[in-house]
Design a protein around this ligand. Structure first.
Ligand SMILES: [Cu+2]
Length: 156
C-alpha cells in the first residue's frame, strides 16, 4: 500500500522535471496533467531552445530529424499512463497544434527515450500570438477508441 502511494508522487516529480516546465512555481500542476478515459496524460510544451538546454533532454539535439526549427519552434512532450499507473510505451500519438480558429499542424509524435523511459515528442512552430489549442489523440493497444485530450497553450 505504501509503495502504491509513493510511486505516483515520485513519478510526478520526475515528470515535471523532464517536461522542462518553464512556468513559475505557482503555476498549477494540474495544467500539465489531464485525465481522460482513465488514462493520465502529462504534457509539456516549451521553446525548443529550452528543451535543448535541459540537461536531461540532451537527446533533443538529435531527435525529430536532427534539426531544430530556427524560430518559434516548440517542443511538445507527451507521457501516457494507463489506469493502473503503468507507462504506455506502445501508442500512436497524434497531436494537432492550432491557433484558435485556424487549421494548424498535425503530426504523429515520435517515441523518445529519457532516462530509460518512453515518452512521445515532436517539434511544432508556433509563430502566432495564440492562444493555441492542442489536441492529443492516442491510439493504444487493445482499445478501439482513441484516448483524447485537449489543452490550451499561451505563449509567454
Ligand atoms: Cu523530443
Amino acid at each position: 500500500m505504501k509503495t502504491l502511494y509513493v510511486a505516483p508522487w515520485r513519478r510526478r516529480v520526475v515528470l515535471t522535471s523532464l517536461l522542462g516546465v518553464v512556468a513559475s512555481a505557482s503555476a498549477a500542476d494540474s495544467r500539465q496533467h489531464i485525465n481522460a478515459s482513465g488514462y493520465d496524460i502529462y504534457y509539456g510544451l516549451v521553446p525548443a531552445q529550452v528543451a535543448t538546454q535541459h540537461p536531461q533532454s540532451h537527446e533533443e539535439r538529435t531527435m525529430h530529424g536532427g534539426r531544430l526549427p530556427a524560430r518559434d519552434g516548440y517542443h511538445l512532450l507527451i507521457a501516457l499512463f494507463d489506469s493502473g499507473g503503468a507507462r504506455v510505451t506502445q501508442a500512436e500519438i497524434r497531436a494537432t497544434v492550432a491557433e484558435l480558429g485556424m487549421a494548424g499542424t498535425s503530426k504523429v509524435l515520435e517515441p523518445m527515450q529519457i532516462d530509460g523511459t518512453t515518452s512521445f515528442g515532436g517539434y511544432f512552430v508556433l509563430s502566432g500570438e495564440g492562444p493555441y489549442r492542442i489536441d492529443v489523440q492516442a491510439r493504444v493497444p487493445d482499445r478501439a477508441a482513441p484516448v483524447e485530450a485537449v489543452f490550451e497553450f499561451k505563449r509567454r
